[in-house]
Ligand binder design. Sequence first.
Ligand SMILES: O=P(O)(O)OC[C@H]1O[C@H](OP(=O)(O)OP(=O)(O)O)[C@H](O)[C@@H]1O
Ligand SMILES: Nc1nc2[nH]cnc2c(=O)[nH]1
Length: 178
Amino acid sequence: MNKALKEILFSEEEIRAKVKELGKEITHDYMDKDLYVVGILKGSFIFMADLVREISLPLLVDFMSVSSYGRNAKSNGEVKILKDLDFSVEGRDVLIVEDIIDSGYTLKYIEQMFKTRGANSVKFAAFLDKKESRKVEMEVHYKGYEVPNDFIVGYGLDYSEEYRNLPYIATLKEEVYK
Ligand SMILES: O=P(O)(O)OC[C@H]1O[C@H](OP(=O)(O)OP(=O)(O)O)[C@H](O)[C@@H]1O
Ligand SMILES: Nc1nc2[nH]cnc2c(=O)[nH]1
């Protein structure tokens, strides 16, 4: 294991099984719906690729890239769109895919925006949920695992753009990021 890592939280096998479960649930819930799956870059790219292959329905795949307005923006929740969607959400059932939810500001902002744009429904699929850090009330409809307030990397999650390609999910040693 890499020297910067503290502990492996979820193995490749555990991740695969969990994604399969989520895909099954989503397939069941979105029968006869107009499913538009939107991954939030970059962190979601691996979960997104795995998840859509476990959903046995016709669907649209898209990505959106956002960033918060500087550090303080995390406190007012304002989000800047760097890459918008390729298709309209109007009348569609949007499933937003995230690697992790922390404060919840990013998803809340995007949810509101999609509703304003006329989406028929907006739900969230997040592989990891840092529930303790939540700043806004929200329901996470499809959730992989709840995680403690440590710094987490792997399976799309980075530390300074490193570690996204780890096939497992691990915590980083505190001395690395503090
Ligand atoms: O719930 P919140 O507090 O809004 O935080 C969650 C967001 O933060 C992370 O992205 P990040 O900004 O690290 O970008 P990345 O996906 O490109 O790594 C994560 O992928 C979510 O998009
Ligand atoms: N990579 C990474 N991004 C995050 N965004 C919010 N929490 C985390 C975390 O623990 N790791």
